[in-house]
Design a protein around this ligand. Structure first.
Ligand SMILES: [Zn+2]
Length: 249
């Protein structure tokens, strides 16, 4: 999983860009350019696609935020929104990791589930249930689930942000400060919904099993409109400076 310059991200073969909204060319302003983005991989799917990671690393960083997007391949704003985050200003003392598409097979097929027909957000080992629709043959059975778990358990970021569509809320999970959700929601113009949890859900696992601060962002509607991307870029940008080191990690 060698590191490449970010230019490689533009030609990632696993992502069907034709179906996503147009994204701007890579252009980092002087503030956002502190710490250039690099591309790597956290794993490979059953169809051989890389699960890509983008990282902005800052020398002397004391904080780390990780965004997991594109878990459901039919949520078509998730990848372009993750790309838009690359162009935002970030605190100089913060590392940021973005998984633009945790489910690249599902993205290529425009399906919610992965190539094995499993809903990854029912597959995580937090109150996993075989009775849930398409939760997989066992907890954490899927390569994508395992890749996300390995990443988060190894790096233990101070905040994990899970991006979904289309339920129109921001939710702090478990003991994530509600202020984080409010900062994002207020800037994006959507509501805060407390006390969200899903059996087998990634955000529920990261908060309740892995003990990581976690929040769930559900973009409004199924639209991929640029205005929605802009709303959530504002949310991301408003939140980042306020994320503190998670002392109990
Ligand atoms: Zn989703």
């Amino acid at each position: 999983m060698g590191w490449r310059s970010f230019a490689g991200a533009r030609s990632a073969p696993s992502v069907d860009k034709a179906a996503s909204v147009a994204s701007p060319a890579v252009r980092l302003d002087p503030v956002a350019d502190r710490g250039r983005w690099t591309q790597g991989s956290i794993g490979t799917t059953v169809q051989g696609r890389q699960i890509v990671r983008w990282d902005s690393r800052s020398r002397g960083a004391t904080r780390h935020v990780t965004v997991v997007s594109g878990m459901h391949g039919n949520e078509r704003i998730t990848y372009p929104l993750a790309e838009a985050f690359l162009h935002t200003a970030r605190p100089a003392d913060m590392n940021v990791t973005i998984i633009p598409s945790l489910n690249p097979d599902g993205w290529a097929a425009n399906t919610r589930r992965n190539a094995r027909g499993v809903d990854l957000n029912r597959n995580f080992p937090w109150l996993w249930s075989s009775s849930k629709d398409s939760s997989g043959p066992g907890p954490g059975s899927e390569l994508e689930t395992q890749a996300a778990m390995n990443l988060l358990q190894t790096e233990r970021p101070d905040l994990v942000i899970w991006i979904h569509q289309p339920l129109d809320y921001v939710a702090p999970v478990a003991d994530c400060p509600i202020q984080y959700a409010e900062l994002w929601a207020n800037a994006a113009g959507i509501q805060v919904r407390p006390a969200v949890s899903h059996l087998g859900g990634g955000e529920s696992w990261s908060a309740r099993t892995a003990g990581l601060r976690s929040m769930l962002v559900e973009v409004t509607s199924w639209s991929t409109a640029q205005s929605l991307v802009d709303d959530h870029v504002r949310g991301f940008t408003a939140l980042l400076p306020h994320v503190s080191v998670h002392r109990s990690k």
